[in-house]
Ligand binder design. Structure first.
Ligand code: ADP
Ligand code: MG
Length: 347
């Protein structure tokens, strides 16, 4: 296996955000902006002549900052910071948007049978994925103890009064696997409403594509090779869709030659240990694409395919140690190019 020592930092997020298949043909039509927020790189390419894009980019940045101030676990006074630092029994008032996201998170906890859970936060912290620190594997006892705090049944979400309350001391929530996708969709809506019909952007690997390239073709998005992030196993051709990838190769540390990544199985308390190296979701819903990339990565291939059979409102590309598997609807938009990397394409 691939063993590499890596500390959690912004650079890792940058690598996972690479969209090297998104190419612009007639450069004069495109305007670009890159910024750093939510601990990740955000880059925009929109079809708008230089000079006319300033207000749009400045508004987009304001939207992002607004969400960061509302949702970040690290920003003091954000809704999530207040909840995570609340006293037992204290009801915290939250914004309508935060409530909307929490309701979606709750719905998907149910749909995914708990493989996705924002209540996983205390475990993410225990494993050291919230700070830039030297990480070690926690003790079994600490994991068992922390698991008791991971249960959305102990989170009271009161929609009528827009409040949230924890029933156990030490609980926390983490929107790391949903917020970027939700914000990507909000930004896409903002761009469309502002007359931007063509372009693409990425928020830490959550890619949104709008319309077409100048030459009339669809946007090409490379699906990274999880074993070699400078390489890819295939290309997706999409328009007006979100494409999100989750994988154990994106953030991890290594101890005793074992790799421990940042996606935690809320049932075991350990980094998920399925047969999947990465999951790419293609969907017209940004938040769902983000959620499902994480949730299906935890589920593993068989359960993920069952989930897809049951829902069929998204498409996916799964990568295991030696195979690339795509859902039926993704076959028409995916070109396999992983032959040289020893991947087999399962048709
Ligand atoms: P990234 O944010 O690196 O793009 P993901 O979208 O897969 O990757 O989200 C992973 C993040 O979500 C973790 O860093 C952690 O904060 C949180 N998380 C980890 N495991 C889960 C889980 N099973 N359910 C919900 N959130 C999770
Ligand atoms: Mg995700």
């Amino acid at each position: 296996m691939f063993i590499k020592k890596m500390r959690v930092c912004g650079v890792v997020a940058l690598i996972s955000a690479v969209c090297f298949g998104c190419t612009a043909d007639k450069q004069e039509h495109y305007s670009y902006m890159t910024t750093f927020a939510m601990n990740t790189i955000i880059s925009f390419t929109i079809d708008m002549p230089n000079g006319e894009e300033e207000i749009i980019f400045s508004d987009a940045e304001k939207i992002i900052r607004g969400y960061e101030n509302m949702l970040s676990v690290n920003v003091e006074d954000s809704d999530i910071y207040k909840i995570n630092n609340s006293d037992l029994g204290e009801k915290i008032s939250i914004s309508d948007k935060t409530m909307e996201i929490l309701k979606v998170a709750e719905e998907f906890e149910d749909l995914t049978d708990g493989d996705f859970s924002i209540s996983v936060a205390p475990l993410v912290t225990l494993w050291g994925f919230t700070q830039d620190i030297e990480q070690t594997v926690p003790s079994y006892e600490d994991i068992e103890k922390t698991l008791e705090l991971v249960d959305m049944k102990d989170v009271i979400i009161d929609e009528d009064n827009n409040t949230i309350e924890f029933l156990k001391d030490g609980m926390a929530i983490d929107l790391g696997a949903i917020a970027k996708g939700y914000i990507a969709e909000e930004l896409t809506n903002y761009f469309r409403d502002s007359g931007v019909l063509n372009g693409h952007f990425t928020i830490g690997g959550n890619i949104s594509t709008m319309g077409l390239k100048n030459d009339g073709s669809k946007w090409k998005i490379a699906v990274q090779n999880p074993v070699d992030i400078n390489d890819y196993v295939g290309l997706l051709e999409v328009t007006d869709l979100f494409v999100v990838t989750s994988g154990g190769y994106q953030r991890y540390f290594t101890e005793d030659n074992v790799r421990y990544h940042h996606i935690i199985d809320p049932k075991t308390g350990y980094p998920s240990d399925s047969d999947l190296l990465s999951v790419t979701i293609i969907s017209d819903n940004g938040a769902e694409a983000d959620i499902l990339s994480t949730a299906l990565f935890v589920m593993g291939l068989d359960k993920s395919l069952e989930y897809w059979e049951e829902h069929r409102n998204f498409e996916a590309v799964f990568i295991t140690e030696d195979e690339v598997i795509v859902t039926d609807g993704a076959k028409a938009i995916f070109t396999f190019e992983g032959q040289d990397n020893d991947f087999e394409y399962r048709d």
